[in-house]
Design a protein around this ligand. Structure first.
Ligand SMILES: [Zn+2]
Ligand SMILES: [Zn+2]
Length: 317
């Protein structure tokens, strides 16, 4: 099977930390027995798409040219012979890749798959090439490379929503479930183990942060503190259930630690950090109560190392 399609191809950045994306024609050369061809209807965009196409070639195994995108929603066109969960014509949502055979996958923790970095951040180089200069393209980013009009997806990344959605507009609306919303929800519920007794701190109000706010509201957490520097996001957070907001762009803002303690003197018992900004990460750790849970989701700068004053951390009151 050889087919041509359009995709946003990420070439190696020519300016530091700036993605070098352009719409290009690419050739699809085929797909494996556990894979399928998908016509993309919509895709979300996530900070990870930008970070992993902003780093120089060679860093953490990253190579170019490649196609990113990992919140795809589409219609199955053709399936490999081992694919069992979908048929051609089925609407699907796409999420991260997992190998389905390692210890983590077999014990139902696919997000901690041994192959996670290789299968999601790097992908494969054997199914697509650029039409202009016939270069092999790294694809199957998160098992899907959703920034292509037609793409090859791994069955491990697919959720069949044939019995869930009523029309294509709903399919488009649900695309960000594949990363942003499920990450926010899973962080609060499965890792944060939040209950009505918890004070939840959520830094950064993209899809992950908003997913966390909505879940904290569903779980009836007693306080939900939303942090961002964009006023319109803070307003949306309030409408979704945030009980307190902290605007880091406010002239009265000093540190996150102080702002949290001013609202809730004991601090937060569950902290979900989605900004990846070093000072916000460190102050979120500091603003977490003894026996609290701090969960890092935002991708920090590549060379960043977390610094914690352990004496203060142990003796925090
Ligand atoms: Zn993502
Ligand atoms: Zn695995």
């Amino acid at each position: 099977m050889i087919a041509k399609t359009q995709a946003i191809v990420a070439r190696e950045p020519t300016e530091p930390l700036k993605p070098n994306w352009a719409m290009e024609e690419v050739t699809l050369g085929g797909f494996g027995d556990d894979e399928m061809l998908v016509d993309m209807i919509a895709t979300g965009i996530c900070h990870t798409d930008i970070v992993l196409s902003s780093v120089p070639a060679g860093a953490i195994g990253i190579a170019y040219p490649k196609i990113v995108g990992h919140e795809g929603a589409g219609i199955v066109r053709e399936i490999g012979k081992n694919v069992k969960t979908v048929q051609p014509g089925d609407p699907i949502l796409l999420s991260f890749y997992s190998c389905r055979t390692c210890e983590q996958c077999r014990t139902e923790h696919p997000a901690y798959c041994d192959q996670f970095a290789k299968g999601n951040y790097i992908g494969r180089q054997d199914t697509m090439e650029t039409a202009s200069d016939s270069q092999p393209v790294w694809s199957q980013f998160f098992g899907q490379s959703s920034f292509a009009q037609t793409t090859v997806a791994s069955e491990a990344s697919v959720v069949n929503v044939k019995n869930l959605i009523k029309n294509l507009d709903e399919l488009k609306l649900l695309a960000p479930l594949g990363c942003g919303f499920q990450t926010g929800m899973g962080a609060i519920q499965n890792i944060g183990l939040a209950t009505p007794n918890d004070v939840v701190l959520i830094t950064g109000l993209g899809a992950v942060g908003m997913g966390a706010i909505m879940t904290a509201k569903i779980l009836k957490c007693k306080s939900i503190i939303a942090v961002d520097r964009v006023k319109s996001r803070l307003e949306i957070a309030k409408s979704l259930g945030a009980t307190h907001i902290i605007d880091t762009s406010d002239s009265a803002f000093t540190t996150l630690y102080e702002a949290v303690r001013r609202l809730i003197p004991l601090g937060a018992s569950v902290a979900i950090e989605t900004t990846g900004v070093p000072t916000i990460i460190e102050q979120s750790v500091q603003a977490t109560t003894p026996r609290g849970r701090f969960i890092q989701i935002g991708v920090p700068p590549l060379q960043y190392e977390l610094s914690v004053n352990l004496t203060q951390h142990i003796n925090v009151s």
